[in-house]
Write a protein that binds this ligand. Structure first.
Ligand code: ADP
Ligand code: MG
Ligand code: ZN
Length: 499
């Protein structure tokens, strides 16, 4: 197998149709675990949030977390799913050191929510409706830490440590139906789907949706079929892709890798794969098991979930404004053109701008900061906008200082730079860096008088009515005040001085 070679992307598209299937795991933000009362705090000391139930000790019994079931149903409803009037948990049996029970309590053929859809808007405004197969409840595994190797992977490690704090944290797995017909846009669709789903889950307030911390993880299934074929090709499943950008890159890479094998008459192995951030490639994981391997059977220790219709309707009534509706409202409220709205959305700045407006900035100012200056900053640091070390209230404060005439736009950028550099709140940065606009007229008069005295011929011209000559004096004053004066005010004062 020529695993290292890839086919040129244009050629892939000419010869094949890609099919995608996206499985997203989302860790719920419940205070306690799925089947016990252990806390779910992220980053706690290893093995401090465990009990007999989540450690799978003999004789312990699980109890379902009601809030987790409600979150699952709210997610299902927000994805336009049907909610099962009756469903059960199932045991998925397999051995892995990070799973102390030797089975994962999951759902199999009786998911709590199924048959839904999610509208996804692409960068150019095209809307793609992605069909949702199901959303089911399950529990997370613990975490293995492989010690002693260079990469942190199991290969080359001396030993492994296990942290069971995460074992039993509630997870919802959301699975799409096969996404077909996207052609060259398949990688973009994959990314946009995960991004839209993330926005939706955030609006529902059911999860932190932090891909970097693993509270939202995506497995990307990809297969190719030759143009004109009627049956799907064999798929690979690239596991735990942990950023939006990686989702797009992983799908694209898999398309080019599989195509290279297929054009040489080879066949695709059904397997899991891992995405390598550094190289943008995927590498083989394990051969994919079939569902028979897991010996699923209904969980005997838990009662079925049979939500009465009234409960479902109560939950439906708690659904927040959906991100797509919210965008429409924001476009109207802030009077944005389609293009401005798209830029805002594509920059991932909707929430940040809204929070900045809530903190007192005008929509135009808030947009200007986040969509241009801060987006560039985020790009150059390789961060998502929300991960920049600056908050909406801080941006709002800077824009208030500009509105009050205490900062020019140029100075405001320096204040933002200072906040980003960890120098403190905007007012502290102004203070420490000495950035305030010289707004004290008497200080300006002193600088003006000095400049007029230094350039007497220019002074005479202005006095003689040649207003345009004031530019040279403005320039001199800006120089002595190190650019911290409001040029318009300086000009006014010069003209006043010379009449
Ligand atoms: P598994 O248990 O193997 O993870 P799932 O049913 O949970 O299987 O998820 C498989 C995903 O892959 C679903 O999103 C499904 O729509 C999609 N899928 C199924 N067949 C194909 C295929 N041939 N090519 C691409 N995606 C596929
Ligand atoms: Mg799956
Ligand atoms: Zn526990």
């Amino acid at each position: 197998m020529t695993a290292a070679t890839v086919l040129d992307y244009d050629e892939v598209i000419e010869r094949f149709d890609p099919v995608l299937g996206l499985e997203v795991h989302v860790e719920l933000n419940t205070h306690t675990k799925m089947f016990c009362g252990c806390p779910t705090t992220f980053g706690a000391e290893p093995n401090t949030q465990v009990c007999p139930t989540c450690l799978g000790l003999p004789g312990s019994l699980p109890v379902v977390n009601r809030v987790a079931v409600e979150s699952a149903m709210r997610i299902g409803l927000a994805l336009n799913c049907e909610i099962a009037p009756w469903c059960r948990f199932a045991r998925k049996n397999y051995f892995y050191p990070d799973m102390p029970k030797n089975f994962q309590t999951s759902q199999y053929d009786e998911p709590i929510a199924f048959n839904g859809s999610l509208d996804v808007t692409l960068e150019d405004g095209t809307v793609v409706t992605v069909a949702i197969e199901r959303a089911h409840m399950e529990e997370d595994t613990g975490k293995s830490l492989h010690v002693g190797g260079a990469t942190g992977r199991i290969h080359g490690a001396d030993h492994s440590l296990l942290d069971y704090n995460r074992a039993g944290v509630p997870l919802i797995e959301i699975v799409t139906k096969p996404i077909e017909g996207m052609g060259e846009r398949a990688p973009e669709v994959a990314r946009a789907y995960v991004s839209t789903l993330r926005d939706l889950l955030r609006a529902l307030d059911v999860s932190d949706v932090r891909m970097d911390q693993g509270s939202l993880r995506c497995d990307a299934n990809v297969s190719l079929m030759s143009k004109g074929a009627t049956e799907f090709g064999t798929r690979t499943e690239t596991k735990n892709v942990n950023s939006l950008r990686s989702v797009e890159r992983a799908v694209r890479y898999e398309m080019t890798r599989q195509a290279a094998i297929l054009v040489e008459g080879g066949s695709i192995l059904q397997e899991t794969r891992h995405f390598q951030e550094a190289t943008g490639t995927t590498s083989a994981g394990r051969r994919k098991e079939t569902s028979e391997d897991y010996r699923y059977f209904p969980e005997p220790d838990l009662v079925p979930i049979a939500p009465p219709a009234e409960w479902v309707e109560q939950l439906r009534a708690t659904l927040p404004e959906m991100p797509s509706e919210r965008r429409k409202r924001i476009q109207a409220d802030w009077q944005l053109t389609d293009l401005e709205l798209r830029d805002l959305v594509n920059a991932g700045a909707v929430d940040l701008v809204a929070a900045t407006v809530d903190a007192g900035a005008s929509p135009a100012e808030a947009r200007a900061w986040w969509v241009s200056y801060l987006s560039q900053e985020a790009n150059s640091r390789g961060l998502e906008l929300a991960a920049l070390p600056i908050t909406p209230p801080q941006v709002a404060r800077v824009s208030a200082l500009v509105a009050e005439g205490k900062l020019t736009n140029k100075l405001a950028r320096e204040v933002i730079d200072g906040v980003l550099a960890g120098e403190g709140e905007p007012d502290e940065v102004v203070e420490k860096r000495g950035l305030a606009v010289v707004s004290d007229d008497s200080a300006l008069y002193a600088a003006i008088d000095e400049a007029l005295a230094a350039q007497p011929d220019v002074a005479d011209k202005i006095r003689g009515g040649k207003v345009a000559a004031a530019g040279a004096i403005v320039g001199a004053v800006m120089k002595t005040t190190k650019g911290q004066a409001d040029a318009k005010r300086v000009r006014e004062l010069i003209l006043e001085r010379c009449t």
